[in-house]
Write a protein that binds this ligand. Structure first.
Ligand SMILES: Nc1ncnc2c1ncn2[C@@H]1O[C@H](COP(=O)(O)OP(=O)(O)O)[C@@H](O)[C@H]1O
Ligand SMILES: [Mg+2]
Length: 305
């Protein structure tokens, strides 16, 4: 893709090296386990989302940080091969590229070992340097696991550019109401939804009420995960969709693929029900394999999600 210009969606989020190790059972102290399967790939929530958007046919740019080590170069090469504009991805001098080790056991439960020191998180200055990207974008997707200063800077750039904002996670407590009011899409997993609600959410009906409450504050679409599925609300409607009935190898990255699908389908003007169904299909496609890298090519342009 051409340098620096033309991205329809700018994703602001983590880039990391993902090392996925599948074992039958996680060993206890003083024990060992054979690794059944090993995968190494471009990962981190921002990169996963950007890969998913590219696979769904969206022109996407990624703003995130890698180190100036060999691993960082490899990850950016992979992102380019994935048709992601990384002209404004940051190669931080002296930093070691982030690493996430995803240990998945025989029943598909993950444990993460995360080495994401401050040097590989976004700063206000990183966002400021990416200004030309924001200027041309129709959508900005902000992963709220980044430092609040960077999040605020990205939101300010989006506002200045007149771009629509998609959020995944929990906005910083300070200024949360304004951040939600300014977003077009708000998405949270079950744990994050509980933080937004201020209480544990078990019943889908409670999640629907929270989603409707959030929609009243401004967003055009809110999606919240509950244990049994996902709930969606928009002005004038809501939908509760169960999980896809597929074998779950690892849920890692399914939320990132889900969010990417919400954006891709919204950006092309799909009605909310269709947006919701594509998101669940994207998550369902991602849980089938170990590791967070999505594989959504088959969902692109499919006639009836
Ligand atoms: N079988 C499934 N079919 C469809 N969606 C699924 C399935 N299993 C899990 N999901 C969804 O995957 C998402 C996982 O989100 P999240 O925990 O944010 O993942 P991550 O942060 O690793 O990307 C949730 O929305 C959940 O409902
Ligand atoms: Mg998530």
């Amino acid at each position: 893709m051409s340098a620096g210009a033309g991205a329809e969606v700018v994703v602001v989020g983590q880039i990391a090296r993902d090392l996925v190790l599948v074992v039958d059972a996680v060993p206890g102290p003083g024990e060992s386990a054979d690794v059944r399967r090993r995968r190494e790939m471009l990962g981190g929530k921002g990169a996963n989302q950007a890969v998913a958007l590219a696979q769904l046919g969206t022109r996407v740019a990624l703003v995130g940080v890698v180190g100036d080590d060999e691993a960082g170069g490899r990850l950016l090469d992979q992102a380019r091969r994935d048709r992601i504009d990384v002209v404004h991805a940051v190669r931080r001098a002296g930093a070691e590229t982030g690493l996430i080790v995803d240990i998945v056991d025989g029943s598909g439960r993950w444990r993460y070992l995360e080495d994401l020191p401050p040097a590989v998180l976004l700063t206000e200055a990183d966002i400021a340097a990416a200004r030309p990207l924001f200027r041309g974008a129709a959508w900005v997707s902000v992963q709220l696991q980044q430092p609040p200063d960077a999040v605020r800077a990205a939101l300010a750039q989006a506002r200045e550019a007149g771009a629509r904002v998609a959020l995944d996670g929990v906005p910083p407590e300070d200024g949360r109401a304004e951040v939600i009011a300014a977003a077009r899409i708000v998405r949270a997993d079950a744990r994050e939804a509980a933080i937004l609600a201020g209480e544990e959410i078990t019943a889908p009906a409670r999640a629907v009420r929270l989603a409707e409450d959030l929609v009243r504050r401004g967003p055009a679409l809110v999606a919240l995960a509950v244990e049994s599925g996902n709930v969606f609300a928009w002005p004038g409607g809501h939908l509760v969709l169960p999980l896809d009935d597929v074998p779950v190898a690892d849920t890692t990255g399914a939320g990132d693929a889900f969010t990417a699908a919400l954006i891709a389908a919204s950006a092309r003007g799909d009605p909310p029900e269709r947006v919701a169904r594509l998101a669940v299909a994207a998550a369902g496609a991602t849980v089938r394999h170990p590791g967070g890298r999505p594989d959504l090519a088959s969902l692109r342009d499919r006639p009836d999600p």
